[in-house]
Design a protein around this ligand. Structure first.
Ligand code: ZN
Length: 139
């Protein structure tokens, strides 16, 4: 199997079976963001306690890239401390800019690296991360 095909399957798997999709109850941080260029919309909820992202959920509508990125992002940051989550966000942004860097900690998110070749879609992929950074900034 070619790498491109493998990546495509990982993206479609997260799109069709999104992880951590839904809503959290109680006192949580909630951020809603849109990407008008593609009609993507994401609502991100974080339950942060003692600097740790105890739980995370997202909801939204959008293209496969934005929804898969949201699903993968929630998996990557769940249980992480805020500094680690922001480090991952930085690594993801670097990957989207096509910069060389350490992407070993990004896990499934590595499957989105091909998006960096399509500038119009980068906003789709980074939308959930923008929401994450905003949400963490509120804590
Ligand atoms: Zn999109």
């Amino acid at each position: 199997m070619q790498l491109d095909e493998l990546y495509r399957q990982v993206i479609m798997d997260h799109y069709q079976r999104p992880r951590n999709k839904g809503r959290l109850d109680g006192d949580v941080i909630e951020i809603q963001l849109k990407n008008p260029s593609c009609c993507d919309e994401v609502v991100l909820q974080l339950d942060v306690d003692d600097g740790i992202i105890r739980d995370v959920r997202f909801n939204g509508v959008g293209c496969s890239i934005s929804m898969a990125s949201a699903s993968m992002m929630t998996e990557a940051v769940k249980g992480a401390d805020i500094a680690t989550a922001l480090k991952l966000a930085g690594a993801f942004r670097s990957m989207m800019k096509g910069e060389p860097g350490d992407i070993s900690e990004l896990g499934d998110l590595e499957a989105l690296q091909g998006v960096s070749k399509f500038p119009a879609r980068i906003k789709c992929a980074t939308l959930p991360w923008n929401a994450l950074e905003k949400a963490v900034g509120k804590e």
